[in-house]
Design a protein around this ligand. Structure first.
Ligand SMILES: Nc1ncnc2c1ncn2[C@@H]1O[C@H](COP(=O)(O)OP(=O)(O)OP(=O)(O)O)[C@@H](O)[C@H]1O
Length: 228
C-alpha cells in the first residue's frame, strides 16, 4: 500500500464563531503511487496533509505511508514529524529568504538550525542543483529567482533527504501557465525516476488529470467520491 489514511480530527470553532467547528473524518487506502486529494476550499485537504506530515495530531486513526506506520492511535504510536521522512512542499514553498539556493537545498540535510556553510559543497547538494538545473543560480537568494526556480529549489530541499514519500500542497498554483506545464512534466519524470509515492492536494483540474492515478474528493471533511 502506498497510502493508508484513517484520520478523525475535530477542530473547534474559533471563539465567538457560530457552529460546532469542523470535523475531518476520512478513511482511504490505495496501492496507487500517485494520490490526488481535491475538493472545494475548506474541505479539509490541508488538514489531511498536515496530519500525514505529523503537524496535526488526529484524535484517532491510522496513518501508514509506503508500508510504514507513522501514526496509530490503537498502539498508541505517533512518530514525530522529523522522523517521518516525508518531503513536504508548502504552497508558498517556504524558502528561507536569507539563505541562497545552495544553502536552502542543503538545509534539508541539517539536523539543527545552524546555517549551512556557504562553502563545503556537499556532493548531494551539487547533485540536486544539477538535477534541477539550478547551478547557475546557486548563489542567489529566493527573491532573485523566478517562480519556477523557487519551486525547483523547494523540491530539491524536500527531496535531498530521500523521503519515503512526497507531499505537495497546490504545487503549481503560483506559476504562470507555461511554466506550470513544464514543471508538471519535470515532476512527473522525477517521480518516475525516484519511484516514491506522491500525495498531492489541489484545486486544479489539470493536476487531477495528470497526477490522479488515485483520486479522492473531499467535502466538509468527508470523502464524497473516490477512485482508488
Ligand atoms: N487551526 C484550526 N482551528 C480551527 N479550525 C481550523 C483550523 N485549521 C483549519 N480549520 C478549519 O478546517 C476546515 C478545513 O480547512 P483546510 O485548510 O483543511 O481546507 P482546505 O480544503 O485545505 O481549503 P483550501 O483549499 O482553501 O486550502 C476549514 O473550515 C477551516 O476553517
Amino acid at each position: 500500500m502506498s497510502f493508508e489514511l484513517r484520520i478523525r480530527r475535530r477542530m473547534p470553532a474559533p471563539r465567538g464563531a457560530m457552529g460546532s467547528g469542523f470535523a475531518l473524518d476520512l478513511d482511504l487506502r490505495t496501492a496507487a503511487r500517485r494520490l490526488v486529494i481535491h475538493g472545494p476550499s475548506g474541505a479539509g485537504k490541508s488538514l489531511t496533509l498536515q496530519a500525514v506530515a505529523g503537524l496535526l495530531r488526529p484524535d484517532d486513526g491510522l496513518i501508514r505511508v509506503a508500508g510504514e506506520t507513522l501514526f496509530d492511535s490503537a498502539q498508541p504510536l505517533d512518530r514525530p514529524s522529523r522522523e517521518r521522512r516525508l518531503g513536504y512542499l508548502f504552497q508558498d514553498y517556504a524558502l528561507f529568504p536569507h539563505l541562497d539556493v545552495r544553502q536552502n537545498i542543503a538545509f534539508g540535510l541539517q539536523q539543527g538550525w545552524r546555517n549551512p556553510s556557504r562553502t563545503g559543497a556537499d556532493e548531494r547538494v551539487r547533485h540536486w542543483l544539477g538535477l534541477m538545473g539550478l547551478e547557475g543560480v546557486a548563489s542567489q537568494r529566493p527573491h532573485q529567482l523566478s517562480g519556477g526556480q523557487r519551486q525547483r529549489t523547494a523540491l530539491a530541499r524536500a527531496l535531498i533527504t530521500e523521503p519515503r514519500a512526497l507531499l505537495l500542497d497546490e504545487p503549481f498554483a503560483a506559476l504562470d501557465p507555461a511554466l506550470r506545464e513544464r514543471l508538471r512534466q519535470e515532476l512527473s519524470a522525477l517521480l518516475e525516476r525516484l519511484q516514491i509515492p506522491l500525495l498531492m492536494i489541489t484545486h486544479d483540474a489539470e493536476d487531477l488529470e495528470r497526477f490522479g492515478e488515485a483520486r479522492v474528493q473531499l467535502q466538509d471533511g468527508r470523502v464524497v467520491a473516490s477512485t482508488l
